[in-house]
Design a binder for this molecule. Structure first.
Ligand SMILES: [Zn+2]
Length: 370
């Protein structure tokens, strides 16, 4: 029987950036932090892997690493001039291309490895070698534009993997569901004209980027209708996330009938994430995974891959990730959420929930989902 595959690599935890305090460059009135650096640091991901080691969940999975993506893979998404600039700076000791995407010496190779984890995970799902898979990619990818890395994302991991699968005729139609709390602007831009890749992004409206992710961006040209944005106001919690999945994302997936579903899996909609103002919990991520897994089983023989994106609470991301991997693998090995009671108590009250429900109804009407 095939198992859930878990793609990770210690080297991805070694990707390092420059001098920031939170997202502000140090200097002027911005004092360096003692702990240093961007919120996108290795600890959230490493601690997820550590928790899986401690509970033993890792042993229930087919854990493996992967080769970096090839230049041919990269060129299906990123222009050569950008790749040359990135590689030259990386070889010369590191630096920054784009916005909030610093890297150290060798950052280029680490970014190609991170994309390689996503690609190999996708190929192993498509070949049937894995029942489903999780790629603990770092640096993340969903903000990266073809020639402009931004939002901690140096290469467009999921887009590179998806294009490789289509180019090698392992899949014809791919759906990307992005539940990272930030808009999947890179994935949207790359596939905006492409009718064969459905992109759905569920995000806090105008968080990052502040000027993308509106619901009226629905694709262009041949890709018209193949992009869905579900912007949610701050404070949305467990119920609103599940309603958005049930009422908009799943009907869209059913209409599209993909060969595989890829989830851009950020954990930054969680209640104590420093980069958002939402109220999702570990159980929210568990329930979303359960629903999307069931949808994949209905539509595409269970072919499902989750690729790690954001999530900045060092304490909470491990519990959210563990819940997702339990769901993917049907494992009975659990890591109970220590915050479950507190975060349940903090959910929107009935009066506020009615406002979120009304907003989702409007969005549903917008996408003509019945
Ligand atoms: Zn994010």
């Amino acid at each position: 029987m095939t198992r859930t595959a878990f793609f990770w690599d210690e080297k991805c935890f070694w990707h390092a950036g420059g001098n920031y305090a939170f997202t502000l460059p140090i200097g002027g009135l911005v004092q360096p932090l003692a702990a240093g650096g961007l919120p996108e640091n290795p600890e959230t991901k490493r601690r997820l892997k550590n928790l899986m080691d401690v509970t033993g969940l890792i042993r229930a999975l087919d854990a493996q690493t992967a080769d970096p993506v090839t230049t041919e893979d990269l060129l299906r998404v990123h222009p050569k001039a950008f790749l040359d600039e990135f590689r030259t700076l990386s070889d010369a000791g590191g630096g920054e291309v784009g916005l909030r995407t610093p890297f150290a010496r060798g950052g280029y190779e680490l970014a190609t490895l991170s994309a390689g984890l996503a690609k190999s995970a996708l190929f192993s799902v498509l070949s049937g070698a894995a029942r489903n898979a999780y790629a603990l990619s770092r640096p993340p990818g969903h903000h990266c534009l073809p020639d402009f890395p931004n939002g901690f994302c140096l290469l467009a991991n999921i887009a590179i993997a998806a294009r490789a699968a289509i180019a090698e005729r392992r899949a014809e139609r791919i759906a990307v569901l992005d539940w990272d709390v930030h808009h999947g602007n890179g994935t949207e831009a790359i596939f905006i004209n492409d009718p064969d890749v459905l992109t759905i992004s569920l995000h806090q409206e105008h968080n990052y980027p502040v000027d993308t992710g509106d619901a009226d961006v629905m694709g262009e040209g041949a890709g018209e209708g193949a992009n869905i944005n579900i912007p949610l106001p701050p404070g949305a919690g467990h119920t609103t996330y599940l309603n958005a999945i049930d009422q908009i994302a799943i009907p869209a997936l059913r209409r599209f009938r993909p060969d595989v579903i890829i989830v851009a899996c950020g954990f930054d909609a969680a209640a104590i994430d420093p980069l958002s103002r939402m109220l999702a919990t570990a159980d929210t991520f568990r329930q979303m995974t359960r629903r999307i897994r069931a949808t994949a089983e209905d539509l595409c023989d269970g072919k499902l891959l989750l690729v790690h994106e954001g999530g900045y609470s060092e304490v909470y991301v491990p519990f959210c990730g563990h819940a997702v991997l339990e769901e993917l693998s049907d494992s009975a090995i659990t890591a109970p959420d220590p915050f479950a009671e507190v975060f349940a108590a903090r959910q929107p009250n009935a009066r506020l929930q009615a406002v979120y429900d009304e907003m989702l109804d409007e969005l549903r009407g917008h996408f003509l989902v019945s």
